[in-house]
Design a protein around this ligand. Structure first.
Ligand code: DGL
Length: 268
């Protein structure tokens, strides 16, 4: 048993889709969440800049004596893993590995699509991992730069979002992918729309949720579960406490509970 909290971070609100699943699967865990709302989006930045942000975010989370870190961000996972795991003395998990394993297992026709930010798709990391798991897979990737700002602003069902989503998704549909990785933790909020465009036979793989499943397995295996009945979550953001608080419920699918505080992340 280990009563230290789990640290989870993302560029903004997207990582809350992972927090939601961790709370469901591991209700006894204390969580420290950091959303880098002052520097979102990460997806349009260089890998070097994202790496610098990741190091600062981890230094900040480490001040809480955490036992495990989840990089609940496809972009940061793509830019920082595996290098970052060698730099720290605690286990750090990203979204890539669990998500690719789930996709490789789910596909029936071997055609897998990957959606992600520009940084994620440019890195080619999802594709690389999928091919390692199964070299027979046919992987088609697509950067969706408009999705994060649309989601962060609550445009989940608008006509504009639908037009953009069709533009991104129709080529993948034409390819005949039967499994589609939502490789950015913001994208699950667009699941109903994506599912409607792709059609019923296409399995959507939620990166945040898959990473939460993996966290549960890992902490159990390592004897690191908390053991208390009800954990608590503390949220930190690098800008806009009020904006984060008002939108968080949309990602958590329930009202946010727990404190939300500001942190000057550039000091870490
Ligand atoms: N949620 C992040 C991800 O999973 C990216 C959002 C961003 O561009 O900052 O990739």
């Amino acid at each position: 048993m280990d009563q230290r909290p789990i640290g989870i971070f993302d560029s903004g609100l997207g990582g809350l889709t992972c927090v939601k699943k961790v709370m469901e699967l591991l209700p006894g865990e204390d969580i420290i969440y950091f959303g880098d709302t002052g520097r979102v989006p990460y997806g349009t930045r260089s890998a070097e800049t994202v790496m610098k942000y990741v190091r600062q975010n981890i230094r900040f989370l480490k001040t809480f004596d955490i036992k495990y870190i989840i990089i609940a961000c496809g972009t940061a996972s793509s830019a920082a893993l595996p290098l970052i795991q060698e730099e720290w003395d605690i286990p750090i998990a990203g979204v890539l590995e669990p998500t690719c394993r789930a996709a490789a297992k789910a596909t029936r026709n071997g055609k897998v699509g990957v959606l992600g930010t520009q940084g994620t798709i440019r890195s080619g990391k999802y594709e690389e991992k999928l091919m390692k798991l199964n070299p027979q897979l046919q992987v088609t990737s697509r950067a969706c730069p408009m999705f994060v700002p649309l989601v962060e602003n609550g445009y989940l069902e608008s006509e504009a979002t639908n037009l953009i989503a069709r533009e991104y998704l129709l080529p993948l549909k034409e390819q005949g992918v039967d499994t589609l990785i939502l490789g950015c933790t913001h994208y699950p909020l667009l699941k109903p729309m994506i599912s409607k465009i792709m059609g019923e036979g296409v399995t959507l793989i939620d990166a945040g949720a898959e990473t939460a499943f993996h966290a549960k397995e890992y902490l159990k295996e390592q004897g690191l579960l908390n053991g208390q009945l009800q954990g608590r979550v503390q949220y930190y953001v690098s800008d806009g406490v009020e904006g984060f608080t008002s939108l968080a419920g949309m990602f958590l699918e329930k009202e946010i509970q727990g404190s939300v505080n500001d942190v000057a992340i550039e000091n870490y």
